[in-house]
Ligand binder design. Structure first.
Ligand SMILES: *Cc1c(COP(=O)(O)O)cnc(C)c1O
Length: 378
């Protein structure tokens, strides 16, 4: 293990990552390959080691990223993988898309033409259809119109159209209304594909499954499952269970720098929002909002110390925070504490933290800052 400063760090389990991939592959039909979504530094887990593990040890051949910088970074580790950019690349960088053999998500004929004008070589693409997310892609009310537009885009010089895809807005919900909405999105893209077939166009790829769809509405017609959050063992939506065996791969740890006993009436941290109502043992912990541990957890979050839950008291500072260790007499300076992860019989997940302050696990893991070294265990 590379030496690192034991102040605040994230431990990532590559063996659990491999287990998660095995489970995800088992959810898919044989006609569907996993496209590992590794945007945003592999959802904050560190793309280098994650991508290497996925490519070399899990046999993943498809990756999705958000932009060209991420795509080139993944290409370094995977000379033969297929890499799809889900987001925008300015047309003036089109030659790099070609040079690195990357597939660009294309949202309109105009955009496709601008890319091709800026590259001396073939530009590979998958065409994005907006079937209800309202974000990016071709938007049509009829699959036949959408197919006609795609058919005409295929004639753009130097453009290689290799697939179509769409993104679900509410596949992580089990309300009948939302299920019907996702059904409609799914029907639109499969109907568009079928209309293209009628026109004599049989594209190698059509994909629409994200993590939620992979878990709850797996469909063999999706040639790829764009699995993101479940790779990392978190929930698309906290209220719905995920398949057995998928477990978080990251733990977040820090240490106690000082413990002191304070009398009743002692103010703790900025703003004096917390005042002890009795004698208490207060421990200071070496992590703060600059590490991505949100200030919204002030006086709300809990931290595991010697297998017990200890409440944050007062405001989370930039680099430090304070907790009540009155019930953990053995707590002392230098002890390792767990902000995300397991300690004894207790566990706090990124999803749990997210629900404490009203966000999603995605934001918690992506938000763990650069200052926090990622340590790869087992
Ligand atoms: C981020 C993203 C995904 C992955 O979503 P998860 O919910 O993490 O599985 C899939 N497709 C697109 C277009 C995305 O932007």
């Amino acid at each position: 293990m590379k030496p690192y400063l034991k102040r605040a760090w994230a431990e990532v389990s590559l063996s659990q990552l491999k287990k998660n991939i095995g489970i995800i592959k088992g959810l898919n039909s044989p006609s569907t390959q996993v496209m590992a979504v590794v945007k945003a530094d592999a959802y904050g887990h560190g793309y280098e080691r994650v991508v290497q593990c996925l490519s070399e040890e899990c046999g993943i051949k498809w990756f999705a990223v958000s932009n060209l910088d991420e795509a080139i970074a993944v290409r370094e580790y995977c000379p033969d993988a297929e890499i799809l950019i889900l987001g925008y690349t300015p047309p003036e960088y089109a030659h790099e898309i070609s040079q690195y053999n990357i597939i660009q998500g294309v949202v309109s004929a105009d955009y496709a033409e601008a890319l091709c004008k800026n590259s001396p070589d073939t530009v590979r693409c998958h065409i994005k259809i907006d079937t209800g997310m309202g974000r990016i892609g071709l938007r049509y009310s009829q699959p036949s119109e959408c197919a006609a537009e795609i058919a005409s885009m295929i004639n753009i010089e130097k453009l290689s159209v290799e697939g179509i895809y769409t993104h679900f807005a509410v596949a992580d919900s089990d309300s009948p209304d939302n299920i019907a909405y996702t059904d409609k999105q799914e029907k639109f893209i499969t109907d568009t594909y079928d209309e293209l077939v009628k026109l004599g166009i049989k594209l190698p790829h059509m994909h629409f499954m994200n993590s939620a769809a992979t878990c709850y509405r797996n469909n063999q017609r999706s040639t790829l499952s764009r699995a993101g959050i479940i790779i990392y063992g978190l929930h698309p939506d906290i209220s719905l269970p995920i398949p057995e065996g998928l477990e978080p791969i990251m733990e977040l740890k820090a240490v106690i720098s000082q413990v002191k006993t304070v009398p009743a009436g002692t103010c703790i941290s900025y703003g004096r929002t917390f005042v002890s109502d009795r004698e208490m043992r207060i421990a200071t912990v070496t992590i703060g909002y600059a590490d991505g541990y949100s200030r919204l957890l002030s006086s709300k979050g809990e931290i595991l110390v010697h297998g017990k839950r200890c409440r944050i008291v007062g405001r989370v500072c930039m680099d430090q925070l304070m907790i009540d260790v009155s019930d953990v007499p053995e707590a002392c300076s230098g002890d390792i504490v767990t902000l995300i992860g397991k300690d004894g019989n207790e566990r706090i997940t990124a999803d749990d933290l997210a629900s404490v302050y009203g966000t999603i696990g995605y934001e918690v893991v992506c938000g763990i800052s650069k200052r926090v070294p990622r340590i790869y265990i087992d």
